[in-house]
Unconditional design. Structure first.
Length: 314
């Protein structure tokens, strides 16, 4: 048994009592399953599966193929989803009870994909931007785990980031194929203490900086001043299109923020909060978001929004 595995098992025992409560899912009776009046407050997760849209809601996992919503299978709503444009129909979903499943038929059926995981709540999932057979998961009270075989087996790869004097759970996770001197493969992580990232060598967490990341890491110089995300706010959701790694969206309590230089500089695009967010891999300017005002869509990267139904009619 490796030291990482021993640490994960120890954490699992500490979390077990809390997970019994977290695993309970509240289903809202009377939640509309199709039609233009479908409500999305809250939606736990959104994702694109090809041109279709997936939504994890209190009523379950729903799919929109351009005309109406249908419910997928008899599964409780996951709290995180991951898809990849190179593999339409393949969906990974993680639940608060620590289970992780895979579908190869667009959500009609599911198989377990969590062998080796310690059973802690799955907070976020992402498929590697340039290698969709590699999957990363962040676990509550634990760290980052990686599967290199489509979820058949998992290995612990990184402790939680240490920020502001404490370890923090990774609330949101995206794979960013940005050439910055570390091989071009990054995992960006949103935490309650802000944004951080780690290369897929998993050598150390570091700030998102401008220029060559290897030079900055070796030199230890202070990062160039940039327009950072607001301090003191949790980075609850991160989203991007794998082929446009320079455009990253982040959902914070203060609204939706956009970076067009791979996370160095940020600007607020809307003050409206979001409970779920997804970027169309075929069009990085096509964004969908769920929140108190329902399901919305933007065709300009997040500045102008319309209701989802109106966007479908246009």
């Amino acid at each position: 048994m490796t030291s990482h595995t021993a640490r994960a098992l120890s954490r699992r025992s500490v979390l077990s009592s809390g997970l019994a409560v977290l695993g309970a899912t509240i289903l809202v009776p009377g939640f509309a399953r199709s039609g233009p009046s479908l409500a999305f407050d809250p939606a736990f997760a959104l994702a694109f599966d090809g041109s279709a849209i997936l939504a994890a809601t209190p009523d379950g996992l729903l799919r929109h193929d351009g005309e109406s919503w249908t419910k997928l299978g008899d599964v409780e709503p996951p709290n995180t989803l991951s898809t990849h444009p190179s593999r339409p129909g393949v969906i990974y979903a993680g639940w608060q009870d620590g289970s992780l499943r895979r579908s190869d038929d667009s959500g009609e059926s599911w198989t377990a994909a969590d062998a080796g995981l310690p059973g802690a709540s799955i907070l976020s999932l992402t498929m590697a931007a340039q290698s969709s057979g590699i999957l990363y998961a962040s676990l509550e009270g634990d760290g980052l785990w990686r599967s290199e075989d489509d979820g058949e087996t998992w290995n612990f790869v990184m402790d939680r980031p240490y920020l502001d004097g404490a370890e923090h759970d990774v609330l949101s996770l995206v794979s960013v194929a940005n050439e910055t001197g570390m091989g071009g493969i990054w995992l960006y992580a949103g935490t309650r203490a802000g944004l951080t990232r780690v290369p897929d060598c998993f050598c150390r967490w570091q700030d998102v900086v401008a220029g060559d990341a290897m030079d900055a890491l070796v030199a230890g110089n202070a990062p160039t001043e940039a327009a950072a995300l607001p301090a003191g706010e949790p980075v609850e959701i991160l989203a991007l299109a794998p082929d446009a790694p320079e455009r990253i969206l982040a959902a914070l309590p203060s609204g939706l923020w956009l970076s067009t230089d791979a996370g160095v500089n940020w600007a607020q695009v809307t003050p409206d909060p979001a409970t779920a967010l997804a970027v169309d891999p075929a069009d990085p300017l096509h964004v969908i978001a769920a929140g108190p005002s329902g399901l919305r869509a933007s065709r300009d990267g997040g500045t102008i929004w319309t209701s989802f139904d109106q966007s479908q009619d246009s």
